[in-house]
Design a protein around this ligand. Structure first.
Ligand code: HEC
Ligand SMILES: [Cu+2]
Length: 471
């Protein structure tokens, strides 16, 4: 009796886990920060389809400062995903055909290899799919985990997935999505123009910018979060790092509740809460009187000099039993030091402003082969003093070498006595002229033998591959 009951239980368990198709199917609502998808009101599990597209694009990091962001869904941070505890999530990762690099995704909400990263390595123009069960409720970070991992995260590849508990948290008037992260640029803080990623600063953990929601000023002025006196707010906050821990604080408020590290238990009455890199927190508080409340990282130089400043504007009738002043309130608590009222433009697609062989190399090749062409041992072969490159570029017909970025390159190769067995993707949207400049730059750098590549030569090689020019 007992035995057959067990078998019955086991078989229904197997059926319900494997035939996730029996569950009602729905498409996840995805939102860009600072918005959060609506509360899930159903009282049963479902199969939730999530489709996220990786898009590499130039956007604004600070006033007059542009950066090539790698995004989950077109902005930084990536789309907010909301599912319910027990749901089966059908996850599709798309890699936009115009992108340069392969990407994947590691969702901290996943129990399984690499959090999904092990099965989602996706080349530009491709997609991949996997299914996972949302076994643990809570707020989780997701991020790209493609080598070099630090660089993919540093370029903006992160976001939040909330696994709503079966009994949803208490109703609040507003839910907002706030995400902190650090950026490393070659130029100093404030240096204008398109900035390159600085590997050196990233390794030294010395960020040029530390911001909320992907750019300095994303939550100030017209972009400030809003609420009214008497209302309650809940912030879903993530920290993508890649390096810093956040000491998250709202000036002029006390968190009534903090779900520490995004878990299930809350602490009452907290002033400042720690958010680890690759971690999260949920805070809730009631707005008791009017004012502009400032969201900051209380490692305070970051706020005044690197960008971690946001605003929550609370309107309504001032409650003088809560706060009363003889003096006229100083510009609602905003310190003069900060000039936050600048309007922020939405990140928009622009034609890359790259021209020189070096710029082209930085934009198309350095992510894998390194800024100095040193590569990454075991993963990406060096271009600096590469005997492999030397041999192919000393041939009279160099079309084999030129074909790598045109048609991709895979299979075992030996470079400077070390074996590599990786895959170089097709470098999309690069013109013959640009490619000639890249090869000329590579050949004239880092002690390589100086050679010149011409547009005509690349064109010939391209014709041999029967692939037409990208642009
Ligand atoms: C997404 C990572 C990636 C990008 C971007 C990339 N490569 Fe590669 N590259 C590789 C890998 C991996 C290999 C080794 C392939 C193999 O094992 O067959 C390779 C091999 C090479 C080689 C031959 C090996 C050597 O070290 O001499 C050359 C030359 C090369 N790449 C040039 C370039 C150029 C030029 C660009 C930019 C236009 C570029 N690569 C962009 C990953 C990349
Ligand atoms: Cu990536």
């Amino acid at each position: 009796m007992k035995g057959s009951f067990l078998i019955f239980m086991l078989s229904t368990f197997l059926i319900s886990t494997i035939h996730a198709g029996d569950l009602p199917v729905e498409k996840a609502v995805l939102t860009d920060a600072p918005m959060v998808p609506p509360v899930i009101t159903r009282d049963h599990a479902a199969t939730v389809q999530v489709e996220l597209e990786v898009i590499e694009k130039i956007g604004k990091l600070a006033d007059g400062v542009d950066y090539t962001f790698w995004t989950f869904g077109g902005s930084v941070p990536g789309k907010f995903i909301r599912v319910r505890h027990g749901d089966s999530v059908e996850f599709t990762l798309k890699n936009n055909g115009k992108n340069k690099l392969p990407h994947n995704i590691d969702l901290h909400a996943v129990s399984g290899p690499g959090g999904g990263a092990a099965v989602t390595a996706t080349a530009p123009g491709q997609k991949s799919k996997f299914i996972f069960k949302a076994l643990n409720p809570g707020l989780y970070v997701y991020h790209c985990a493609t080598a070099p991992v630090g660089m993919h995260i540093a370029n903006g590849m992160y976001g939040l997935i909330y696994v709503q508990p079966e009994v949803a948290l208490s109703k609040v008037d507003h839910e907002y999505y706030v995400f902190q992260s650090d950026f490393y640029t070659k130029g100093k803080n404030g240096e204008k123009g398109l900035q390159q990623f600085s590997q050196e600063k990233a390794v030294d953990e010395k960020p040029t910018y530390v911001v909320f929601n992907g750019s300095q000023g994303s939550l100030v002025g017209d972009n400030a979060l809003k609420a009214k006196v008497g209302e309650t707010v809940r912030f879903f906050i993530g920290n993508g790092g890649p390096n810093l821990i956040s000491s998250f604080h709202v000036i002029g408020e006390i968190f009534d509740k903090v779900y520490t590290e995004g878990g299930s238990k809350f602490q009452d009455n907290v002033q400042t809460t720690l958010i680890p890199s690759g971690g999260s927190t949920i805070v809730e508080f009631k707005l008791n009187t009017v004012g502009t409340y400032l969201l900051v990282d209380h490692s305070i130089f970051r706020t005044f000099h690197k960008g971690t400043l946001g605003m929550l504007k609370v309107e309504g009738v001032a409650d003088t039993t809560v706060f009363k002043s003889e003096a006229k309130p100083a510009e609602e608590g905003v310190t003069k030091e900060v000039a936050p009222e600048k309007k922020v433009e939405v990140i928009k697609l622009e034609a890359p402003k790259v021209v020189s062989g070096k710029d082209l190399f930085m934009a198309n090749c350095s992510a894998c082969h390194g800024e100095e062409g040193k590569g990454v041992e075991g993963a990406f072969p060096p271009l600096a003093k590469s005997d492999f490159l030397k041999k192919l570029s000393s041939k009279k017909d160099r079309s084999e070498l030129i074909s790598f970025p045109l048609i991709g390159k895979k299979g075992k190769i030996v470079v400077n006595n070390k074996e590599y067995d990786g895959e170089m993707p097709v470098i999309a949207d690069i013109t013959d002229k640009e490619l000639a400049k890249v090869f000329t730059y590579v050949s004239n750098s880092w002690g390589n033998k100086a050679r010149t590549f011409t547009e005509a030569e690349v064109k010939k090689a391209r014709n041999a591959t029967h692939i037409t020019q990208g642009k």
